[in-house]
Design a protein around this ligand. Structure first.
Ligand SMILES: [Zn+2]
Length: 279
């Protein structure tokens, strides 16, 4: 499943259409796309793993959640167009729920789990049921801290609960907890202010780097190399992924050598090192 950095990346690609009128259609009929047809795209933004797309003078917002199988593709036309829209609709490949065509770009949303129109109250309700998103400037980390410290649930479960923090998925959960040397079974109410502050800041740092790189980078050497590439304004290559614990059950922890374990926590498998992740 796409974690928050990937959804923010999709929002950024969709924003390439902002300010332009679009042809809007829903080839599979999942969305009442006519509402956006010949309107000007205003904004596309991510809130955790959710996408919200709005248009000028359209009172409803398109809400997308991609879950396991959904995807957003945004491509620039090979040739500049004479008019505002392509003259012919490109052929349809796959289960396209929403297609947007502008003078410069062709965007498609395929196989989303949620593809719906929300009014203003609906957007507010969605925002209210999500915790703060480490990649958003308007995030209030205190809200996440209170929700964690008021809970007896293990921090490993709380970190991927979208009501607590929006955007963290299974990879970031495992790697954040390992980087903090934090036992994933620590109850939320035992997480002190300093521990939370460090976890939040690391989530902001890692996910910001993940957004810039386009993939999840958590290994210190790769992080330093990726930052150098980004500072030069270049694209970060897809180096082989080097996780400390995620997906590494049965292998030695790179820090202490103890065998990494995996166990189901919530809906997903949690990976951790019992050797160096102590409370
Ligand atoms: Zn270890």
């Amino acid at each position: 499943m796409a974690e928050g950095h990937a959804v923010h990346g999709m929002a950024g690609r969709l924003r390439q259409l902002a300010g332009q009128p679009v042809r809007s259609s829903s080839p599979n009929g999942a969305l009442d796309a006519a509402l956006f047809d010949e309107r000007v795209v205003a904004d596309a933004q991510a809130v955790g793993k959710h996408l919200l797309v709005s248009a000028v003078d359209v009172p409803l917002t398109v809400h997308l959640h991609l879950a396991m199988d959904g995807a957003v593709s945004v491509r620039r036309h090979a040739r500049a167009l004479a008019g505002a829209y392509p003259r012919t609709e490109p052929p349809i490949h796959g289960n396209v729920a929403w297609r947007l065509l502008s003078a410069t770009h062709h965007a498609e949303v395929t196989d989303p789990a949620v593809c719906e129109l929300l009014d203003e109250d609906g957007v507010l309700a969605l925002r209210a049921r999500l915790g703060p998103d480490p990649l958003r400037d308007d995030a209030d980390p205190d809200l996440a801290r209170r929700r964690i410290q008021n809970s007896r649930r293990p921090i490993g479960a709380l970190l991927i609960d979208q009501k607590v923090i929006a955007g963290i998925g299974n990879v970031y959960r495992a790697e954040l907890l390992h980087r903090a040397r934090l036992d994933p079974f620590t109850p939320g109410h035992d997480i002190d202010d300093d521990t939370f502050a460090a976890l939040w800041q690391d989530a902001v740092d890692l996910m910001t780097l993940g957004l810039g790189a386009g993939w999840i980078v958590t290994d210190e050497a790769q992080m330093a190399a990726a930052r150098e590439v980004l500072v030069r304004g270049e694209r970060v290559p897809r180096w082989p992924k080097r996780y400390a614990v995620y997906g590494r059950a049965g292998k030695p922890c790179p820090v202490c050598g103890t065998t990494v374990r995996a166990e189901r926590m919530g809906l997903q498998r949690l990976f951790w090192c019992p050797g160096c992740q102590h409370s």
